[in-house]
Design a protein around this ligand. Structure first.
Ligand code: FES
Length: 279
């Protein structure tokens, strides 16, 4: 697995501008003009956005989409779930608002080599964690992979862009805990069958650690590689504060703790010491 690229790399810190804002179900989608970040992003990377009055604790968001937007050049879209004062403030920002944005940050999902045989990939997005999966699906399809998606949420309002998933995937399974859309249940109830039907070689997932643990275990049972991006609280999001411990086992078999925002967020599912990770 590798991702050779001639695109500029490394994060930049810029003043972004809110270009559009749109409420969709439980989420608010913000499109930002943030020069240089969209060009550098790879699926699985994220941005840190400063919140008014809080100089240190920025908020981290997956990069959901990137687009060319006429005279604005490349834009990026983030998905805000209003879970606290900072995210409520961000979701309320009007068109034209200025925001301090740093990114892209973190380790992206690894893609198959361009000349590799077609790979069957299953992408799992749990709630807000589905955000990076759509671009990932598009990049995988560009490389000839067969893409299956499993999009899950507590209810219809928390299903992120499930209707759009068909653009990124050949086959889509939708799961809600209350059964309001798609099949009733949790990811754990359906992942085994999805992996079997897709004859999956690689599984990619993002979301709550408790869900990703089930996905990683199902992948191992199925004999597939897994790459997972657990959503953990990030204080600085840039590797400086050591506030995002992720317990793993290194390539050398030795247990250690890495920074989720810097050595992650994407890591191999079989490398995480799940019992030491809070749900
Ligand atoms: S959030 Fe500060 S090091 Fe990761």
């Amino acid at each position: 697995m590798s991702t050779p690229s001639t695109a500029p790399t490394g994060p930049v810190h810029v003043t972004g501008t809110v270009l559009t804002t749109r409420a969709v179900g439980a989420y608010t989608h913000l499109t930002l003009v943030a020069p240089g970040i969209a060009e550098r992003m790879r699926p699985g990377t994220f941005v840190a956005v400063s919140v008014e009055g809080q100089l240190l604790a920025r908020r981290a968001f997956w990069i959901h989409r990137v687009r060319h937007a006429g005279g604005h050049g490349m834009t990026l879209e983030i998905v805000v779930e209003q879970v606290g004062a900072g995210s409520r403030w961000l979701a309320a920002q009007p068109v034209g608002a200025k925001l301090a944005v740093t990114g892209p940050l973190g380790r992206p999902f690894a893609l198959p080599k361009r000349d590799a045989d077609p790979v069957s990939c299953v992408l799992v997005g749990d709630g807000h964690g589905a955000a990076p999966m759509f671009l990932l699906g598009e990049r995988l399809r560009e490389r000839g992979a067969v893409v299956t998606m499993l999009v899950a949420g507590a209810d219809e309002a928390h299903l992120l862009s499930a209707l759009e998933a068909r653009r990124s995937a050949r086959s889509v399974t939708v799961v809600t805990e209350d059964g309001s859309v798609g099949s009733r249940g949790r990811v754990a109830d359906h992942i085994g069958e999805v992996l079997r039907r897709a004859a999956a070689d690689v599984v990619y997932a993002a979301g709550r650690p408790s869900v990703l643990r089930d996905v990683a275990e199902a992948a191992e049972t199925h004999g597939a590689w897994s790459q997972v991006a657990p959503e953990l609280p990030l204080t600085c999001a840039t590797g400086l504060c050591q506030g995002c411990p992720l317990p793993v086992v290194g390539e050398d078999g030795v247990a250690r703790t890495v920074r989720s925002c810097y050595e992650g967020p994407v890591v191999r599912g079989d490398r995480i010491r799940w019992t030491e990770l809070a749900p």
